[in-house]
Design a protein around this ligand. Structure first.
Ligand SMILES: C[S@@+](CC[C@H](N)C(=O)[O-])C[C@H]1O[C@@H](n2cnc3c(N)ncnc32)[C@H](O)[C@@H]1O
Length: 277
Protein backbone atom coordinates (compact mmCIF):
# COMPACT_ATOMS: atom_id res chain seq x y z
CA UNK A 1 0.00 0.00 0.00
CA UNK A 2 1.50 3.39 -0.95
CA UNK A 3 2.09 6.14 1.62
CA UNK A 4 -0.39 9.02 1.57
CA UNK A 5 -0.10 12.71 2.25
CA UNK A 6 -1.19 13.38 5.83
CA UNK A 7 -1.53 16.77 7.43
CA UNK A 8 1.18 16.83 10.11
CA UNK A 9 -0.33 19.98 11.70
CA UNK A 10 -2.52 17.66 13.81
CA UNK A 11 0.76 16.48 15.36
CA UNK A 12 1.60 19.94 16.67
CA UNK A 13 0.18 21.36 19.90
CA UNK A 14 1.17 24.93 20.57
CA UNK A 15 0.65 24.90 24.32
CA UNK A 16 2.67 22.69 26.66
CA UNK A 17 -0.45 22.47 28.88
CA UNK A 18 -0.12 19.83 31.62
CA UNK A 19 2.43 17.79 29.65
CA UNK A 20 5.38 18.46 31.94
CA UNK A 21 5.98 15.25 33.89
CA UNK A 22 7.84 14.66 37.12
CA UNK A 23 10.26 12.52 35.09
CA UNK A 24 11.07 15.35 32.69
CA UNK A 25 11.42 17.83 35.57
CA UNK A 26 13.82 15.44 37.29
CA UNK A 27 15.95 14.96 34.16
CA UNK A 28 16.12 18.65 33.30
CA UNK A 29 16.95 19.59 36.87
CA UNK A 30 19.51 16.88 37.62
CA UNK A 31 21.18 16.58 34.23
CA UNK A 32 20.71 20.04 32.70
CA UNK A 33 20.35 22.29 35.75
CA UNK A 34 17.11 23.73 34.38
CA UNK A 35 13.88 24.29 36.31
CA UNK A 36 10.81 26.46 36.72
CA UNK A 37 10.03 29.31 34.33
CA UNK A 38 13.48 29.15 32.77
CA UNK A 39 12.88 25.50 31.83
CA UNK A 40 9.43 26.17 30.37
CA UNK A 41 10.52 29.06 28.13
CA UNK A 42 13.58 27.01 27.12
CA UNK A 43 11.27 24.12 26.14
CA UNK A 44 9.04 26.32 23.96
CA UNK A 45 12.06 27.69 22.11
CA UNK A 46 13.86 24.38 21.56
CA UNK A 47 10.70 22.39 20.81
CA UNK A 48 9.96 24.72 17.89
CA UNK A 49 13.55 24.42 16.73
CA UNK A 50 13.12 20.63 16.79
CA UNK A 51 9.77 20.84 14.91
CA UNK A 52 11.46 22.82 12.14
CA UNK A 53 13.94 19.92 11.83
CA UNK A 54 11.53 16.98 12.08
CA UNK A 55 7.74 16.91 12.06
CA UNK A 56 7.08 13.82 14.18
CA UNK A 57 4.34 13.59 16.86
CA UNK A 58 7.07 12.89 19.43
CA UNK A 59 8.21 16.48 18.88
CA UNK A 60 5.00 18.35 18.03
CA UNK A 61 2.94 16.70 20.79
CA UNK A 62 5.67 17.21 23.42
CA UNK A 63 6.00 13.42 23.73
CA UNK A 64 9.68 13.77 24.61
CA UNK A 65 8.41 14.89 28.04
CA UNK A 66 6.42 11.70 28.67
CA UNK A 67 7.44 9.37 31.49
CA UNK A 68 7.98 6.70 28.81
CA UNK A 69 10.22 3.86 29.96
CA UNK A 70 10.68 5.55 33.36
CA UNK A 71 7.09 4.52 34.16
CA UNK A 72 7.65 0.85 33.34
CA UNK A 73 7.56 -1.42 36.41
CA UNK A 74 10.77 -2.93 35.02
CA UNK A 75 12.60 0.44 34.98
CA UNK A 76 14.65 -0.37 38.10
CA UNK A 77 15.95 -3.49 36.27
CA UNK A 78 16.69 -1.42 33.17
CA UNK A 79 18.73 0.96 35.34
CA UNK A 80 20.48 -1.89 37.09
CA UNK A 81 21.60 -3.29 33.70
CA UNK A 82 22.68 0.11 32.40
CA UNK A 83 24.74 0.75 35.55
CA UNK A 84 26.71 -2.49 35.44
CA UNK A 85 30.44 -1.81 34.94
CA UNK A 86 31.18 -1.22 31.24
CA UNK A 87 27.52 -1.86 30.28
CA UNK A 88 26.76 -0.58 26.79
CA UNK A 89 23.51 1.09 25.73
CA UNK A 90 22.31 2.14 22.29
CA UNK A 91 19.26 4.30 21.54
CA UNK A 92 17.86 3.43 18.09
CA UNK A 93 15.96 6.20 16.29
CA UNK A 94 17.17 8.36 19.15
CA UNK A 95 15.54 11.61 17.94
CA UNK A 96 16.33 14.19 20.64
CA UNK A 97 17.93 11.49 22.81
CA UNK A 98 15.79 11.96 25.89
CA UNK A 99 16.00 8.30 26.92
CA UNK A 100 19.80 8.46 27.15
CA UNK A 101 19.48 11.64 29.25
CA UNK A 102 16.98 9.83 31.48
CA UNK A 103 19.59 7.15 32.21
CA UNK A 104 22.32 9.77 32.60
CA UNK A 105 20.23 11.69 35.12
CA UNK A 106 19.99 8.46 37.10
CA UNK A 107 23.77 8.18 37.19
CA UNK A 108 24.51 5.99 34.15
CA UNK A 109 27.88 7.03 32.63
CA UNK A 110 27.44 8.33 29.07
CA UNK A 111 30.84 7.11 27.78
CA UNK A 112 29.36 3.70 26.92
CA UNK A 113 26.30 5.05 25.16
CA UNK A 114 25.53 5.19 21.44
CA UNK A 115 22.73 7.03 19.67
CA UNK A 116 21.64 6.04 16.16
CA UNK A 117 19.44 7.97 13.77
CA UNK A 118 19.16 8.39 10.00
CA UNK A 119 18.87 12.14 10.58
CA UNK A 120 21.29 13.90 12.91
CA UNK A 121 19.11 17.04 13.13
CA UNK A 122 17.15 16.11 16.26
CA UNK A 123 20.23 14.67 17.99
CA UNK A 124 22.00 18.02 17.47
CA UNK A 125 18.99 19.93 18.83
CA UNK A 126 19.14 17.52 21.80
CA UNK A 127 22.45 19.09 22.93
CA UNK A 128 20.66 22.44 23.06
CA UNK A 129 17.55 20.94 24.70
CA UNK A 130 19.59 19.30 27.48
CA UNK A 131 22.41 21.88 27.53
CA UNK A 132 24.96 19.09 27.61
CA UNK A 133 27.24 19.50 24.59
CA UNK A 134 30.34 18.91 26.72
CA UNK A 135 28.80 16.57 29.29
CA UNK A 136 27.07 14.08 26.95
CA UNK A 137 29.66 11.58 25.72
CA UNK A 138 27.35 9.25 23.74
CA UNK A 139 28.62 8.54 20.25
CA UNK A 140 26.25 9.29 17.38
CA UNK A 141 25.90 6.76 14.53
CA UNK A 142 24.42 8.22 11.36
CA UNK A 143 22.68 5.26 9.71
CA UNK A 144 19.44 4.16 8.14
CA UNK A 145 18.60 1.14 10.31
CA UNK A 146 16.28 -0.24 7.61
CA UNK A 147 18.87 -0.23 4.87
CA UNK A 148 22.10 -0.75 6.76
CA UNK A 149 24.03 -4.01 6.75
CA UNK A 150 25.41 -3.78 10.29
CA UNK A 151 28.32 -6.09 9.46
CA UNK A 152 29.49 -3.60 6.81
CA UNK A 153 28.78 -0.40 8.71
CA UNK A 154 31.76 1.29 10.39
CA UNK A 155 29.67 2.47 13.32
CA UNK A 156 27.70 -0.73 13.93
CA UNK A 157 30.07 -3.59 13.11
CA UNK A 158 32.29 -3.00 16.20
CA UNK A 159 29.11 -3.23 18.30
CA UNK A 160 28.25 -6.77 17.22
CA UNK A 161 27.06 -8.78 20.26
CA UNK A 162 28.16 -5.94 22.56
CA UNK A 163 24.97 -4.21 23.68
CA UNK A 164 23.53 -4.74 27.15
CA UNK A 165 20.60 -2.41 26.62
CA UNK A 166 18.86 -1.45 23.37
CA UNK A 167 16.39 1.45 23.60
CA UNK A 168 13.88 1.60 20.75
CA UNK A 169 10.99 3.88 21.66
CA UNK A 170 8.63 5.09 18.94
CA UNK A 171 10.93 3.59 16.35
CA UNK A 172 9.99 0.33 14.63
CA UNK A 173 6.33 1.42 14.31
CA UNK A 174 7.70 3.71 11.59
CA UNK A 175 8.25 0.65 9.37
CA UNK A 176 6.12 -1.90 7.55
CA UNK A 177 6.18 -5.56 8.63
CA UNK A 178 9.19 -6.43 6.44
CA UNK A 179 11.06 -3.37 7.71
CA UNK A 180 10.32 -4.29 11.31
CA UNK A 181 11.61 -7.80 10.70
CA UNK A 182 14.81 -6.42 9.23
CA UNK A 183 15.27 -3.81 12.01
CA UNK A 184 14.62 -6.44 14.69
CA UNK A 185 17.23 -8.74 13.12
CA UNK A 186 19.69 -5.83 13.21
CA UNK A 187 18.93 -5.50 16.93
CA UNK A 188 19.72 -9.19 17.33
CA UNK A 189 23.09 -8.52 15.63
CA UNK A 190 23.91 -6.01 18.37
CA UNK A 191 22.78 -8.34 21.18
CA UNK A 192 24.16 -11.15 23.33
CA UNK A 193 22.46 -13.39 25.90
CA UNK A 194 21.10 -11.10 28.62
CA UNK A 195 20.55 -8.09 26.34
CA UNK A 196 17.34 -6.22 27.03
CA UNK A 197 15.40 -4.33 24.33
CA UNK A 198 13.16 -1.69 25.88
CA UNK A 199 10.66 0.72 24.44
CA UNK A 200 7.13 1.82 23.71
CA UNK A 201 5.30 2.58 20.51
CA UNK A 202 1.87 3.09 19.10
CA UNK A 203 -0.39 0.14 18.43
CA UNK A 204 -3.92 -0.64 17.30
CA UNK A 205 -6.38 -3.13 18.81
CA UNK A 206 -6.77 -4.50 15.30
CA UNK A 207 -3.21 -4.86 13.98
CA UNK A 208 -2.93 -3.45 10.47
CA UNK A 209 -1.14 -1.38 7.84
CA UNK A 210 -1.47 2.39 8.38
CA UNK A 211 -0.59 5.01 5.75
CA UNK A 212 1.96 7.59 6.87
CA UNK A 213 3.64 10.46 4.98
CA UNK A 214 6.91 8.52 4.71
CA UNK A 215 5.53 5.01 3.94
CA UNK A 216 2.80 2.60 4.92
CA UNK A 217 3.64 1.29 8.37
CA UNK A 218 2.37 -1.65 10.43
CA UNK A 219 0.80 -1.02 13.85
CA UNK A 220 0.73 -4.05 16.12
CA UNK A 221 -1.39 -5.45 18.87
CA UNK A 222 0.25 -7.79 21.37
CA UNK A 223 -0.48 -10.92 19.30
CA UNK A 224 0.98 -9.59 16.06
CA UNK A 225 4.05 -8.25 17.90
CA UNK A 226 4.62 -11.72 19.35
CA UNK A 227 4.18 -13.24 15.86
CA UNK A 228 6.83 -10.88 14.47
CA UNK A 229 9.25 -11.93 17.19
CA UNK A 230 8.49 -15.63 16.56
CA UNK A 231 9.82 -15.05 13.06
CA UNK A 232 12.80 -13.03 14.34
CA UNK A 233 13.75 -15.87 16.69
CA UNK A 234 13.34 -18.53 13.99
CA UNK A 235 15.38 -16.60 11.45
CA UNK A 236 18.20 -15.65 13.84
CA UNK A 237 18.38 -18.88 15.87
CA UNK A 238 18.10 -16.88 19.09
CA UNK A 239 15.62 -17.15 21.98
CA UNK A 240 14.02 -14.15 23.68
CA UNK A 241 11.59 -13.62 26.58
CA UNK A 242 8.87 -11.22 25.48
CA UNK A 243 7.04 -9.06 27.97
CA UNK A 244 4.55 -7.00 25.93
CA UNK A 245 1.85 -4.82 27.47
CA UNK A 246 -1.03 -3.12 25.70
CA UNK A 247 -1.72 0.26 27.33
CA UNK A 248 -4.18 3.12 26.92
CA UNK A 249 -2.37 6.13 25.48
CA UNK A 250 -4.09 8.43 27.98
CA UNK A 251 -2.48 6.35 30.74
CA UNK A 252 0.93 7.14 29.27
CA UNK A 253 0.33 10.89 29.71
CA UNK A 254 -1.09 11.76 26.28
CA UNK A 255 -4.04 14.15 26.34
CA UNK A 256 -7.37 13.68 24.51
CA UNK A 257 -6.34 16.40 22.06
CA UNK A 258 -3.09 14.54 21.33
CA UNK A 259 -4.92 11.39 20.23
CA UNK A 260 -7.92 13.06 18.54
CA UNK A 261 -6.48 12.37 15.07
CA UNK A 262 -6.18 8.63 15.75
CA UNK A 263 -8.80 5.94 15.07
CA UNK A 264 -10.85 4.72 18.06
CA UNK A 265 -8.85 1.53 18.55
CA UNK A 266 -5.61 3.39 19.23
CA UNK A 267 -3.41 2.13 22.05
CA UNK A 268 0.22 1.87 23.05
CA UNK A 269 2.53 -1.12 23.30
CA UNK A 270 5.25 -1.31 25.96
CA UNK A 271 7.90 -3.94 25.40
CA UNK A 272 10.72 -5.51 27.37
CA UNK A 273 12.42 -8.18 25.28
CA UNK A 274 15.23 -10.10 26.93
CA UNK A 275 17.61 -12.42 25.13
CA UNK A 276 17.81 -15.83 26.77
CA UNK A 277 20.02 -17.67 24.28
C1 LIG B 1 9.25 9.29 16.21
S1 LIG B 1 10.95 9.70 16.45
C2 LIG B 1 11.28 8.94 18.01
C3 LIG B 1 12.45 9.54 18.71
C4 LIG B 1 12.70 9.01 20.13
N1 LIG B 1 13.11 7.62 20.12
C5 LIG B 1 11.51 9.22 21.02
O1 LIG B 1 11.00 8.24 21.61
O2 LIG B 1 11.06 10.35 21.12
C6 LIG B 1 11.68 8.58 15.34
C7 LIG B 1 13.16 8.81 15.05
O3 LIG B 1 13.61 7.70 14.26
C8 LIG B 1 14.41 8.20 13.20
N2 LIG B 1 14.30 7.24 12.08
C9 LIG B 1 13.24 7.03 11.26
N3 LIG B 1 13.51 6.06 10.37
C10 LIG B 1 14.77 5.65 10.65
C11 LIG B 1 15.63 4.68 10.07
N4 LIG B 1 15.24 3.94 9.03
N5 LIG B 1 16.85 4.51 10.60
C12 LIG B 1 17.28 5.25 11.64
N6 LIG B 1 16.52 6.21 12.23
C13 LIG B 1 15.28 6.40 11.74
C14 LIG B 1 13.85 9.56 12.88
O4 LIG B 1 14.80 10.36 12.24
C15 LIG B 1 13.44 10.07 14.27
O5 LIG B 1 14.48 10.79 14.87
Amino acid sequence: MPAIALDSSSWYQDDIGPRMTATAEFVFLSWSGLAGEELVSHLYRVRDQAWSVSKYPCVGLWMFLLDGIAAFPQFPTVLEIAKRPQAKTIDLGCGLGQDLRLLAAHGVPTENMWALDMNDGLWKVGYDLFRDQTQMQAKFIHADFLEVDPALDQGLSPLRSKMDLILASQFTHLFDWAGQLSASKNMVYLSKPGTMIVGFQQGRKTARDIPRPWRTVFYHNKDSFLQLWDVVQQQTGTRWKLDITEVQLKDTGMLDVDVAWMPDDHMGLNFIITREA
